[in-house]
Design a protein around this ligand. Structure first.
Ligand SMILES: CC(C)(COP(=O)(O)OP(=O)(O)OC[C@H]1O[C@@H](n2cnc3c(N)ncnc32)[C@H](O)[C@@H]1OP(=O)(O)O)[C@@H](O)C(=O)NCCC(=O)NCCS
Length: 251
């Protein structure tokens, strides 16, 4: 396949393709209220940080997309370290910084997603390399990423602090998506234990997952990285997703 990956500021005509995907993420994962602070502003505020990939033989159909957000990191803005609430935190920072007109110092990856029928074909490293190049093109030396280890879904009860640092005999991460990051030059930094928080009534969770949510306690949900906490008495359930901060030094 001849894959073309372009930033949307270079091909604004392709912006609608960013939204032309089905089933990229489980439904429950699309309910994080913070996410739309970013997605709703992509076209206006973050267009140069968004990329689309297509097969040259079928240019009207997108194969993958990526998103990143610029933000300010540093003592002077009260942010000495990366946020414990990874994805949510960095989106809020980027949103505020943009609203205040601050000049960003760093960039965080938010998403690299490949069309479900195109997964497993070796495109992940290509998309990550394209994002690294794009962030460099935009003048940044550091790319961070609150990475969602892809095979953690198979072990929801294993603590992320144990899973993320598990290695194979060759010393590379056990998890394939973390492995792609490390091969590309990324360094695993820390777990962000509450990278994304999704709360809902039990009716909402039933709607999002098709599961009964009729037991108080930990519920396994397909696609989740750890169990969802459910309270039948209080009619709510809460999912807190752990992720792994990875640093790509580009300079
Ligand atoms: C995560 C994602 C981008 C990876 O892309 P992919 O097309 O599945 O991965 P690739 O084919 O490029 O393979 C990358 C590595 O994963 C491994 N891999 C691919 N599919 C796998 C599977 N189903 N099970 C185990 N390993 C798998 C490959 O063997 C390869 O590892 P290796 O190079 O050490 O052999 C893709 O699965 C995706 O879009 N997932 C949904 C969105 C998502 O979670 N994005 C990441 C958010 S941070």
């Amino acid at each position: 396949m001849a894959l073309t990956v372009v930033p949307i500021d270079e091909r604004p005509d392709l912006e609608p393709m960013l939204w032309d995907f089905d089933n990229l993420w489980p439904v429950f994962l699309q309910q994080d209220p913070i996410s739309n602070l970013y997605y709703n502003r992509v076209s206006e505020d973050f267009v140069e940080f968004s990329m689309i990939a297509f097969d040259d033989a079928e240019p009207e159909r997108p194969v993958a997309r990526s998103f990143a957000v610029p933000f300010v990191l540093g003592e002077e803005v009260g942010r000495p370290v990366l946020p414990e609430d990874g994805w949510d935190g960095v989106i809020r920072w980027g949103w505020h910084d943009h609203a205040l007109g601050r000049t960003p110092t760093h960039v965080s990856a938010l998403e690299i997603a490949i069309r479900p029928d195109m997964r497993g074909a070796g495109l992940a490293p290509v998309m990550l390399a394209a994002m690294r190049d794009n962030v460099k093109r935009l003048g940044f030396d550091d790319l961070y990423a609150p990475v969602r280890p892809s095979q953690k879904t198979k072990e929801p009860h294993t603590p992320m602090s144990e899973y993320a640092w598990r290695t194979r005999d060759d010393g590379l991460p056990y998890d394939p998506w973390l492995r792609v990051h490390v091969r590309a030059g990324g360094e695993l930094l820390s777990v962000c234990p509450r990278a994304m928080t999704i709360a809902g009534s039990l009716a909402e969770w039933r709607d999002w997952t098709g599961q009964p949510f009729d037991i108080t306690g930990d519920i396994e949900v397909p696609g989740a990285l750890n169990p969802v906490h459910c309270s039948v008495e209080h009619d709510h359930a809460v999912y807190t997703e752990p992720r792994v901060w990875v640093h790509h030094r580009l300079g």
